[in-house]
Design a binder for this molecule. Structure first.
Ligand code: PLP
Length: 375
């Protein structure tokens, strides 16, 4: 079945007694164990509400099994700590999510885990591989410049060297990109963004092959980052509209990107759907849609970025992304604030760069707001 249908139907755990059409919310943290095949407990990642969400995400990502967590970072840290140990080495894309970058640089050394950050170029990633490399961690499109990594090429490198591949697929969403079909082992989402989609739940997930997920589950039970029943229910409910939301968001984003590109007060637009984007050709081979984040640099000689943001009336200046409402932020002042000016310059993040997360509003209303604020 197609994505739209899977979003609505897959994973639903019907109540045989009432015959209601939705998964009921099972609030219990205590489950009877006599004659049970296995013990059910929220931290074991096996309650009905957790399973319903995982089944839906697996159907959308062509994966066998998965785990749902209390945040995207819980999913990321658990995957890394479950699969790597003292003496192991990981190769990571340098422009991965700031929280992941900070986790790696501030925690891994204590565990004796080595790491190398490289650009998103597949040949650079291959060159960084050592004998002790056990994991390659990528993110595409990346934040905030929407750089595109050649997913197939990275997966092939990893397979040749017997290395586990992990991708943070948050920006792409399972509607636009399915890395498991391109050879990636583990697909991670910050469900706080598009999967939740309403800026009201914090959650995360990893999906992949049964054997790897089982290995991760063994550590995940110890690390304890599972998601509670009520948020599982909200997430399941949100994901029913994932395909329609994302389709609309992508359509709005493309129109806004195209119009910004023509605007005299805008210096540069970053959107993988634009022919001018350096990753456009690769994106076309691995994405069905180009996502709903548009980054752009205003011409500082003609518009002060901070002033522009303050003058927006509809689009709110706020952190995070992926919700039904459009929001905007300055990466230099938020996600990349902790970096030095040189580090930011190295990553191509200037003070005039703005990241717009496009929502499901009427596109003309959004463009009119941008137009009046730029004016
Ligand atoms: C937000 C985000 C995360 C972290 O997710 P949390 O739910 O905030 O823990 C990880 N990766 C990407 C790409 C994100 O945007």
């Amino acid at each position: 079945m197609k994505k739209e249908t899977l979003c609505v139907h897959s994973g639903t755990c019907r109540d045989r007694e009432t015959r209601g059409v939705n998964t009921p919310v099972f609030t219990s943290t205590s489950f009877e164990y006599l004659d049970a095949a296995h013990t059910v407990y929220p931290r074991y990642f096996n309650t009905p509400n957790q399973r319903a969400v995982v089944e839906k995400l697996c159907a959308l990502e062509s994966a066998e099994d998965g785990l749902v967590f209390g945040s995207g970072m819980a999913a990321i840290s658990t995957v890394v700590l479950a699969l790597l140990g003292s003496g192991d080495h990981a190769v990571l894309q340098e422009d991965i999510y700031g929280g992941t970058h900070h986790f790696v640089t501030s925690e891994l050394e204590r565990f004796g885990i080595g790491y190398t950050f490289v650009s998103n170029d597949a040949s650079e990633i291959e060159k960084a591989v050592r004998d002790e490399t056990r994991m390659i961690f990528i993110e595409s499109p990346s934040n905030p410049l929407l750089k595109i990594t050649d997913i197939r090429a990275v997966a092939e490198t990893a397979k040749r060297n017997n290395i586990v591949t992990v991708i943070d697929n948050t920006f792409a969403t399972p509607i636009n990109q399915n890395p498991a079909e391109l050879g990636i082992d583990l697909v991670i989402h910050s469900g706080t963004k598009y999967l939740g989609g309403h800026s009201d739940i914090c959650c995360g997930a990893v999906v992949g092959g049964r054997t790897l997920i089982e290995r991760i589950r063994n550590s995940a039970v110890n690390l304890g980052g599972s998601l509670n029943a009520l948020d599982c229910y909200l997430l399941e409910r949100s994901m029913k509209t994932l395909a329609v939301r994302v389709e609309r968001q992508c359509r709005n984003a493309r129109q806004i990107a195209e119009s910004l590109q023509e605007h005299p007060k805008v210096k540069r637009v970053y959107y993988p759907g634009l022919k001018s984007h350096p990753g456009h050709e690769t994106a076309r081979t691995q994405m069905k849609g180009f996502g709903a984040v548009v980054s752009f640099e205003v011409d500082e000689g003609r518009t002060r970025p901070a002033e522009f943001i303050r003058r927006l009336r509809l689009i709110r200046p706020a952190v995070s992304l992926g919700g039904v409402e459009s929001i905007i932020c300055s990466p230099a002042a938020t996600s990349h604030e902790k970096l030095s000016d040189e580090e930011r310059a190295g990553l191509g993040i200037t003070g005039s760069l703005l990241r717009l997360s496009v929502g499901i509003e009427d596109c003309e209303d959004l463009m009119a707001d941008i137009e009046q604020a730029l004016a």
